[in-house]
Design a protein around this ligand. Structure first.
Ligand code: NAD
Ligand code: UGA
Length: 434
């Protein structure tokens, strides 16, 4: 099948590459020319395990191309995936200007052939109806098309695996013709993995996405609430949460307490869902509490640092981890950056290290020191803080770290070390909820 992807970011690039791997002929469109140059040279503009190899393989196989030309891609493709960004507006609602812009461009290019327009970007309920109206309003010739919703559930850091082995495929469609086309596109995946396919209404699909992200964020905030309780009551949050999660009805995943969730999606998607509830006249205090606890998680971590180190002015603090989670170079809403900003305001000198995210961080934080490895970041530091759970940090030689530091103190925002072991080695150790 001929497929166009519009918006070649984390979602568009991974989806397009995997659809090419399934055997389809895919063209990925973007208006960022620098990004396109890299892609045309076979380089991935993002760090995502396994992605670059897959891009190269499918380019070499002639199934994957990159272009800025939206018009011909729309004309030649049977399915057009919209994968552009949907950032938050000042009031928290999703800013749909990029989705609308693409809908208008599709309208200009659409010809007499039937097209399935797929909204894969995360959007509020009823957006597909607006996309449809927009295409009708701006189309220049008779347009035969359906707009459907196919939400994406991949995580950064495991995007390829999540796309090749998803938990479910959701197709929100009110048209049998469009559903059949989507089932044809996903047939190689369905045959190979026997993945459950949920065919639902368009509005349900849109709500499934906001619902899933809000539920996952709620689990994390619940874990952080338990962590706070454990710190006050003298219990261990990891013991408590592990035992809670062993109940199959609850599950163990997404119950890790820490410095709060970040990234380009949870913060914006729960804000958008909160706004949707407000618009629909529904009490949104549950979502508000999730946001409040998340904010407090980073603040409480900072308070621990300030309480222990007292005056921060002039003190050297090593920061391990800048990315919002491990296995990515994405720093959008990374808790580490907010923590660094607060420490800098108090006059602390920051020495930072991250295995992948330093190049992106250098573009926005110029007045901190970037080091080549974790040991250099620990040198002469009065405290070492862990902001991202990279495997590389879990296997550090803590004896060596201790020798390098001025005062061996660890603030472990991701609970990667065993508190008893760290104390035994002579560190002052502060985890989350322990
Ligand atoms: P991104 O910012 O990485 O990529 C979006 C791309 O769209 C950019 O490359 C941008 O240049 C391009 N673009 C914007 N307007 C365009 C236009 N008119 N024509 C051509 N290209 C255009 O965003 P992302 O992280 O891939 O997220 C995309 C959507 O998918 C969002 O709605 C997001 O919420 C959702 N989502 C993201 C993830 C994730 O892990 N990142 C997972 C699931 C869903
Ligand atoms: C999340 C969802 O997991 C995906 O299913 C979804 O498709 C995506 O958002 C999206 O809509 O964009 P992602 O943001 O890539 O994926 O990463 P997660 O693994 O969910 O982590 C998000 C944040 O929560 C990170 O800062 C992570 O450190 C934090 N987290 C996660 C915790 O603090 N505790 C946990 O137990 C799990």
């Amino acid at each position: 099948m001929k497929i166009a992807i519009i918006g070649t970011g984390y979602v568009g690039l991974t989806t397009g590459t995997c659809l090419a791997e399934f055997g389809h002929e895919v063209v990925c469109i973007d208006n960022d020319l620098e990004k396109l140059e890299k892609l045309k040279a076979g380089q991935s503009p993002i760090f995502e395990p396994g992605l670059e190899d897959l891009i190269k393989k499918n380019m070499a196989g002639g199934r994957l191309t990159f272009s800025a030309e939206i018009g011909s891609a729309v004309k030649e493709s049977e399915i057009i995936f919209i994968c552009v960004n949907t950032p938050p507006k000042a009031d928290g609602h999703a800013d749909l200007k990029y989705v609308e812009g693409v809908a208008r461009q599709i309208a200009q290019a659409i010809n007499g052939d039937y097209k399935v327009i797929v909204d894969k970007s995360t959007v509020p309920v009823k957006t597909a109806e607006k996309v449809r109206e927009t295409i009708l309003r701006y189309s220049v010739s008779e347009a035969k098309f359906d707009v459907i919703s196919n939400p994406e559930f991949l995580r950064e850091g495991t995007a390829v695996k999540d796309t090749m082995e998803p938990d479910r495929v959701v197709i929100g469609s009110n048209s049998q013709r469009a559903t059949d086309k989507m089932l044809e596109a996903y047939k190689p995946l369905i045959d190979k993995t026997k993945v459950p396919v949920k065919i639902v209404s368009v509005r349900s699909a849109e709500l499934i996405k906001h619902g899933a992200n809000t539920f996952l964020a709620t689990k994390i905030s619940f874990a952080n609430l338990i962590a706070e309780t454990c710190e006050q009551a003298g219990a261990d949050a990891l013991e408590v949460l592990e035992a809670i999660g062993l109940d199959d009805r609850i599950g163990r995943q997404f119950l890790k307490p820490g410095i709060g969730f970040g990234g380009s999606c949870f913060p914006k998607d729960i804000a958008a869902y909160k706004k949707t509830l407000e618009i629909l006249g529904i009490d949104n205090s549950l979502v508000e509490a999730v946001e409040r606890i998340n904010k407090r998680s980073a603040e409480r971590f900072l308070q621990k640092i300030e309480k222990e180190l007292w005056v921060l002015d002039g003190k050297i603090i090593g920061v391990l981890g800048l990315a919002f989670k491990s296995d990515t170079d994405d720093i959008r809403n990374a808790p580490a950056l907010k923590i660094i900003e607060s420490l800098k305001k108090e006059g602390a000198k920051i020495k930072a290290y991250d295995p992948q995210a330093m190049a992106n961080t250098k573009k926005i934080l110029t007045d901190i020191e970037y080091l080549e490895n974790p040991y250099q970041a620990a040198e002469k530091a009065e405290a070492l803080i862990i902001c991202t759970e990279w495997d590389e940090f879990k296997n550090l030689d803590l004896n060596k770290i201790k020798e390098l530091m001025t005062t061996p103190t660890i603030f472990d925002g991701r609970n990667i070390f065993d508190p008893a072991k760290a104390k035994e080695l002579g560190f002052k150790y502060f985890g989350v909820g322990r």
